[in-house]
Design a protein around this ligand. Sequence first.
Ligand code: EPZ
Length: 421
Amino acid sequence: MDNLRIVGGTPLHGTLRVSGAKNAALPILCASLLADGESTFRNVPDLTDIRTTANLLRHLGLDAEVAPPVVTITSRPVVEPDAPYDLVRKMRASVLVLGPLVARYGRARVSLPGGCAIGARPIDQHLKGLEAMGAEIRLDHGYVYVEVPKGRLTGADVWLDVPTVTGTENLMSAAVLAKGRTTLMNAAREPEVEELARVLNKMGAKVEGAGTDTITIQGVEALEPVDHAIIADRIEAGTYMVAAAATGGDLFLDGITFEPMRAVAAKLREAGIHVERQDTGIRVVGKPPFSPVDVTTAPHPDFPTDMQAQFMVLMCLAKGVSVITETIFENRFMHVSELNRMGADVTVQGRRATVVGPAKLQGASVMATDLRASASLVIAGLVAEGITEVLRVYHIDRGYERIEEKLRAVGANIARVPGEV
Ligand code: EPZ
């Protein structure tokens, strides 16, 4: 497996093009199951998770041509709506085929996604919503079996106990072909949920209210294939904004709108970072010293959990004490022990991490454990004195397109090297 070898100390300067949003592309590719014919998706990032999703759709009998930034899916009636463990275990977001399969075929067998490094990741809300729409659920030997006795889902009012992102997406995709009207309450408001609704409506669905906590879907008889360009990735953009700030650089993030970045921009500004909204992107200028800022992760439009690890690195450099509280996932501080090995001073008690800065980070060999933890270690390496080797880079390749190429193009001393672990 590859490693990333970084020599720290170079501020990032120049323009970095933000790729399409992974967490928008995944549910959208799965939604192609809802309509026969050829759908074309543009601005799709070249990521492992995209290829994994394409393989799953191929397993279900669809044709998928992955030529980033274009992905073409030719959908046809699925012979067997079955998503097996050996595919689902590679990426829990595979559960996003559940809603479309049940909507279209009235049944599905999907391996339970299981937990991952950051938490248990249950799907009880996904299943609760499908039951409300007339599905019968059975769990057996690690699989969830969904059957709709009437053959077609019936619209229903669903209250989500948590504003689950993929839960909202799965149920929205299930409701578009249901008989009657579905209302999803306490729905996730993430931009990726809105983007999925946009695509479903382009396919002929009737979805209203996406982006708010109440989404209504009037079921239709059939949907059409679609041609759509995916929105930019706000988490990739936020990651590079933090990297620019932490290295004391001046970076223009091209292709990202300001709206989805408001919470991250606000916290960067509180830390003393210059964040400038421009026509086609966002400019970030970081001049140490940074001010300590307390952050609590929460559902959109609040500060995203997917930016917590990255922001923590910046707080390691701030002059003072900051408290970072993770309210979404139960185990999302695995980057802390590695950052402390690099000279950071972070203490974790349950869901709270207390960061004492400024720390003088030193390069080290560090191990990534999940996608965003990996990103935070790369940022730490860009800032640290000396050489950092980030091992198990496959985590990063799941969510960051050509990260070393993008960073090298704006001045970073970073290379992908073959690793032994
Ligand atoms: C999505 O995961 C994202 N993944 C995650 O991004 C992101 O961190 C997360 O939303 C939160 O914003 C994709 O969109 C593919 P949730 P998801 O369901 O949908 C609990 C990344 O780095 N919950 O909103 O799985 C759950 O345990 C990834 O790109 C239930 O209890 O997250 C968690 O505590 C990591 N029951 C909370 O809700 C359910 O049925 C939020 O989970 C579903 C979720």
